[in-house]
Design a protein around this ligand. Structure first.
Ligand code: DQA
Length: 146
């Protein structure tokens, strides 16, 4: 089975971008750890970070046709703006877990609403990079029970 891990704009700067909010780990650190976790569970992990909305949408379109069973997505700022990303996820039949490193609910009001949450089966916010691991666990577990 395959899981897709999508990360939106500015997350390529993790490690140096406002580390007091987003932590000191780089995105590579996080993805490498997740890949190991996936492999241990017998899953293949495909990861994409993009600063372009359309590229994230294209990846979702591909996942919907290539047998990908779940998507872990940190849409970053697109969470709060992108109906297009929501529409794309609504075409995907598998499990979708939304992850935010920071607790968006204790930050500025404009971060409190996420379009993606209207589709997400689960939402994790404020647990830092641990959130990605929990999201992957959840996807692996639901497929086990399916
Ligand atoms: C974020 C929260 C968003 O509000 C912000 O725009 C991000 C990262 C998070 O992981 O905490 O870029 O999704």
């Amino acid at each position: 089975p395959r899981v897709l891990v999508l990360n939106g704009p500015n997350l390529n700067l993790l490690g140096t971008r406002q580390p007091e909010i987003y932590g000191k780990e780089t995105l590579d650190d996080i993805i490498n750890r997740l890949r190991t976790q996936a492999l241990m569970a017998g899953w293949e992990l495909v990861a994409l970070q993009s600063n372009y909305e359309g590229e994230l949408i294209d990846a979702i379109h591909k996942a919907r046709l290539d047998g990908t069973l779940g998507i872990v997505i940190n849409p970053a700022a697109y969470s709060h703006t992108s109906v297009a990303l929501l529409d794309a996820l609504n075409t995907f039949d598998g499990k979708v877990i939304e992850v935010h490193l920071s607790n968006i609910h204790k930050r500025e009001a404009f971060r409190h609403h996420s379009y993606i949450s209207l589709r997400a089966d689960g939402v994790i916010a404020g647990l830092g990079s641990q959130g990605y691991q929990a999201a992957l666990d959840a996807i692996v577990a639901t497929m086990k029970n399916a």
